[in-house]
Design a binder for this molecule. Structure first.
Ligand code: ZN
Length: 198
């Protein structure tokens, strides 16, 4: 932890080298995209995309799960998505799953999660698609994660702030898969229904 504290302590001096950039950030944010990905510490959206501060609105959840939209029981995730689309007006939403995902792996392997009931109940939102091709012993769980990402994209389409904008051509959804062992990013190509490297 100490290196993080040391860096935070000196961060202000680091930003002093580019005062105009940081002063501009104080005027407001106009991110280009909403990036939804896993909380996994190995996935760093700004590192992958090269986004600068203010360019990427992020939502990170265990297993990059997008929960159902219900007004009766609003979630932080739905609030973040709604704010990004309705208020910030982002035109692109990325759902980025990743290889070696512990959350998806737990689902694929049917792990006993009784000791972590919040995790168990959260992962129940994943609604894994039947017919998953991933073998339980595949450490990358690539097929399962890719299928899982597409399930989250479907979930997003059901959000009231998303569906109409898609139909109007005002919003684009992107399904990505990040390989943490190679750094390769793959994107889903709807016409071929397959993930290929960007
Ligand atoms: Zn993960």
């Amino acid at each position: 932890m100490q290196p993080f504290i040391d860096n935070a302590r000196s961060f202000r001096q680091q930003t002093a080298a580019r005062p105009e950039e940081f002063a501009r950030l104080a005027e407001g944010q106009a991110p280009q995209a909403l990036f939804i990905t896993c909380s996994d510490s190995r996935v760093i959206p700004s590192l992958i995309t090269g986004a600068r501060p203010g360019e990427l609105f992020e939502l990170r959840t265990a297993g990059n799960i997008v929960p159902p939209y219900t007004l009766a029981r609003p979630t932080s995730e739905a609030a973040t998505i709604e704010y990004a689309v309705e208020v910030l007006g982002v035109n692109d939403v990325v759902v980025c799953g990743h290889s070696h995902c512990g959350a998806v792996g737990a689902l694929v392997r049917g792990e006993d999660l009784t000791a972590v009931p919040a995790v168990r109940d959260w992962l129940a939102h994943a609604a894994p698609r039947p017919g998953d091709a991933t073998a339980p012993d595949d450490p990358t769980v690539a097929d399962a994660v890719q299928s899982h990402v597409l399930a989250q994209i479907l979930r997003l389409r059901s959000y009231p702030c998303i569906g109409p904008r898609l139909e109007a051509g005002e919003l684009r959804l992107h399904a990505w898969f990040y390989e943490i062992h190679t750094g390769t990013v793959l994107a889903h190509r709807p016409h071929a229904d397959t993930f290929v490297a960007l």
